[in-house]
Design a protein around this ligand. Structure first.
Ligand code: SF4
Length: 487
């Protein structure tokens, strides 16, 4: 449970160095040294960002992890484990194999934990029942505020828990604060938010539930040391690398032993109002101690000297300029906004050439989106857009009937006046419509549907991406993933 000491002023360091390693070591020193946080024989779990197969800033900077592992060892730590759940559908084993992570951490004297047990998927002798048994042994159900969460036992049982968070801009929360990094200790399957469409739209229930879950997880296991790595930040578009993403270098790290205080100082350093963070606002409304900025003792650099501006993600989907696409948004909730943000940025980044010759596409999203102009193809993103546009004009194609030659000849003989002739109008269902269902839709499913709709010759880049994806997750492995039920 959440216990916060209010007797002592919370200390947070803003540390500056020439390299990430220097910033980290300097920051820990200014807080009193690593031994203040790590004791001899501690079992440590380091939660880092492991979202996709790629380097930083999509994932945590590996130099920073190496420096931290070395420091923990110097303090006498017994076992040092590292881990995180990637985005839904990507097993840790795949990322580890591509980046050689398991071996890399082993040489440093630490262990990458396959929180999703994906390291045993390929074991042909393991039965479905054994897999389920392993799952229930490795995840512990924890109840918090009436909800049940499944948390890896290895994290709950660690004596010291460290969060190393690569900070980037985020489409829902402005920044990937450490509170968000901590949330991905829950398997992605259990992070899926409920599906009551009406409630979602009118109350933005999606975001409310998401924030509530994030704060519940924070309350279950609070880290002892929090590092917000802002040495490099992905700004413009993030938290993954897209065409509109830019790297900004600040040379800074924000470090402390209170995640909320570290996030508050991070927001302030990046020139954002504390109250502009819904996570911090909601934490304030719950039984969580949110220190005022003025009550935090800042060590190291002065905030005034380090304050820097970051370019945040767009707040309107229409501002993501995808080649040959127009976007019509109705009323949407955060679920669809987040998924569409990633899909559109993906298309903009990787499908520019594919879309060069597939012109005039319309993308509709949300409840009652504006009636689009004529287009060659219509993409309906999410259950709201699919259900709300049933009577829209673009659903039908109007065809004027061809000239009736026999009827025309008869008319001539009877000398019927031209004014009496009626043009026949026929209506036909528009087949150039692609439903991308879900509440909200899953991006990988959307990409597969778009590929099928256009055909692989029309979108070769997307086809290549899909093939690589299928190569990572082969049919067999996919079956195992389904059995495992964690992803
Ligand atoms: S379909 Fe999208 S916009 Fe509609 S309720 Fe679901 S997530 Fe929200």
């Amino acid at each position: 449970m959440l216990v916060q000491s209010k007797s002592k002023k919370t200390e947070v360091v803003i540390s500056k160095g020439n390299t990430p390693k220097e910033s980290l070591l300097k920051g820990i020193e200014q807080l009193g040294g690593i031994s203040k946080f790590i004791s001899k024989d501690d079992n440590i779990f380091i939660k880092f960002n492991l979202n996709l197969p790629g380097g930083f800033p999509t994932n945590t900077n590996f130099d920073v992890l190496e420096t931290l592992i070395t420091s923990c060892k110097q303090a006498g730590a017994d076992n040092i484990y590292l881990g995180s759940f990637p985005i839904r559908g990507i097993p840790i084993k795949i990322i580890s194999d591509l980046l050689n992570l398991k071996e890399h951490f082993e040489t440093l004297g630490a262990e990458l934990v396959f929180l999703d047990n994906s390291d045993i998927f390929e074991n042909k002798d393991i039965s479905q029942d054994q897999l389920k048994k392993i799952k229930y042994e490795s995840l512990t159900p924890v109840e918090m505020n009436g909800n049940e969460f499944f948390i890896p036992a290895i994290i709950l049982n660690s004596n010291k828990f460290i969060s190393v968070n690569q900070l980037n801009v985020n489409p829902l929360f402005k920044l990937n604060l450490s509170l968000l990094n901590l949330y991905s200790i829950v398997p992605p399957r259990y992070r899926v938010i409920g599906k009551n469409v009406k409630e979602n739209i009118s109350h933005n229930q999606y975001k409310k539930d998401l924030i509530s879950n994030i704060l519940d997880i924070y309350a279950i296991k609070q880290p002892n040391l929090i590092i917000n790595d802002i040495f490099y930040i992905l700004e413009g578009a993030g938290p993954y690398i897209y065409k509109d993403s830019k790297i900004k270098t600040t040379n800074l790290m924000i470090i402390g032993d209170d995640a909320i205080a570290v996030d508050v100082v991070t927001l302030n350093t990046l020139n954002l109002e504390i109250n502009s963070s819904e996570l911090i606002l909601q934490a304030n409304n719950r039984n969580i101690d949110v220190p005022k900025f003025s009550n935090i003792k800042i060590l190291g650099e002065k905030v005034e000297d380090t304050r820097t501006h970051v370019e945040l993600c767009v707040s309107e989907l229409e501002d993501i300029k995808v080649r040959n696409f127009t976007i019509s948004s109705g009323k949407i909730c955060s679920g669809c906004f987040k998924q569409a943000y990633h899909l559109l940025n993906f298309m903009k980044t990787y499908m520019g050439k594919d879309l060069k010759y597939n012109v005039n596409n319309s993308f509709l999203i949300g409840e009652k989106p504006p009636e689009p102009n004529q287009a060659n193809n219509f993409f309906l993103f999410g259950d709201c857009a699919i259900n709300n546009t049933k009577n829209y004009k673009f659903r039908k194609i109007i065809i004027e009937s061809k000239k009736d030659l026999i009827g025309g000849a008869k008319s001539k003989i009877l000398k019927e006046s031209k004014s009496k002739k009626k043009t026949k109008i026929k209506e036909k269902q528009n087949k150039n419509i692609l439903d991308l269902p879900g509440c909200p839709p899953n991006i990988f499913n959307c990409l597969e549907l778009i590929l099928k709709y256009f055909g692989k010759k029309e979108v070769p880049n997307l086809n290549l991406f899909a093939n690589i994806n299928r190569f990572w997750i082969t049919g067999n492995l996919n079956n195992k993933l389904k059995l495992w039920e964690a992803l």
